[in-house]
Design a protein around this ligand. Structure first.
Ligand code: RIB
Ligand code: CA
Length: 338
């Protein structure tokens, strides 16, 4: 009897200990794939806990990004999760460079925040200090934290430069970014997150973070969201699916105007990995780097010359997946009524 009572008392403690603590670093969007990733994790409290969200420039500038994320948290009734802004711009890349690259080497498919002016916030309830927050959380929980990086890596690179010793205290980084053997989606040769801040991505690829799990375009291209998948989520009516319908239906990729459009799960694949890594059916270990010489290949993913970074840890590159299995998680989490 006593043993049974002790078992019952211990259960919540063990259950909490099994949860992954995830630092959620995002370049946001009205909803898109960053919003889907957030919904999936917030709606998985038995598996994941999120101590805070850090916003990085990418799809939009950070003040706007913070507002988007706080709105989704409000809809999820989880407004208590703090949202921090940090870097206000990439380490080196600028809008002027992006425009000049278009003039020299042809139109970019997507330039994110570089296409817009940074606007002042209407509602400044987010906090500042994302980089310090990342550092202090990692220092408080050495070896325990997962970073989910689903935007450019500016905040993370700054944290690694301010406190290099945190590199080996991070449990792992799971990220969406880069393109190993396929064309880019920002420029012809580079994926957007790496392209927007190539120097930051390079710092992370060359770091000693013990485990690096990469969802590059190669695997993301095999997880498209088409009108048929969009309809399955949009058919359900909740505040979250209404936002999903508005964003994916009327903005990007615009299924309500163009039923032949295609979007991708992108960041939501990286988030799903934290809930069910078994949907990945093949991966491989590589040492990778990012090209930072400004030119038409700026931001593309290349093999690492290990003599230049002998301490760099390898990257586990996710290769193939079970789409039915991962889409079932996406759909289930997005369409919940809570
Ligand atoms: O290349 C896809 C990435 O760029 C995703 O993180 C998406 O949200 C955009 O930022
Ligand atoms: Ca993103």
């Amino acid at each position: 009897m006593l043993r049974l009572a002790a078992g019952i008392l211990l259960t919540p403690v063990l259950w909490a200990a099994g949860r992954d603590t995830v630092l959620f670093d995002t370049d946001s969007g009205l909803f898109g794939d960053d919003g889907a990733a957030l919904v999936m994790l917030v709606r998985s409290p038995s598996q994941v806990t999120i101590p805070g969200i850090t916003i990085v420039p990418g799809n939009v500038w950070p003040t706007q990004g913070a507002e988007y994320m706080m709105h989704i948290l409000d809809l999820l009734k989880h407004s208590q999760i703090p949202v921090y802004t940090g870097a206000q711009a990439p380490l080196l890349h600028t809008a002027a460079m992006a425009h000049e690259s278009e003039r020299r080497w042809g139109k970019l498919e997507f330039m994110g925040a570089f296409a817009e002016e940074a606007k002042p916030s209407e509602r400044r309830s987010h906090r500042e200090g994302a980089v310090q927050f990342l550092i202090s959380e990692i220092e408080r929980h050495p070896g325990e934290l997962t970073i989910l990086a689903i935007g450019p890596m500016t905040n993370i690179a700054l944290a690694l430069r301010l406190k290099p010793e945190i590199e080996t205290r991070i449990k792992r980084i799971v990220f969406m970014g880069g393109n190993v053997g396929v064309p880019g989606n920002a420029s012809a040769s580079a994926e957007f997150n790496f392209w927007f801040d190539p120097e930051a991505a390079r710092i992370v690829m060359r770091s000693r973070i013990p485990k690096k799990v990469m969802f590059a375009l190669d695997i993301c291209n095999t997880a498209p969201i088409r009108k048929a998948e969009f309809d399955q989520v949009a058919a359900v009516h909740t505040p979250i699916t209404d936002l999903f319908r508005e964003d994916l239906g009327n903005r990007y990729p615009g299924f309500l105007h163009n039923p032949a459009a295609t979007g991708y799960m992108w960041d939501s694949l990286a988030a799903a990995y934290l809930l069910d890594p078994g949907f990945v059916t093949k991966s491989e270990i590589r040492y990778l780097d990012v090209l930072t010489a400004w030119g038409r290949f700026y931001g593309s993913t290349v093999p690492l010359d290990r003599r230049t970074a002998p301490d760099a840890t390898p990257v586990e590159v996710m290769r193939t997946l079970d789409f039915k299995r991962v889409f079932a998680i996406y759909k289930d989490k997005l369409t919940r009524q809570d």
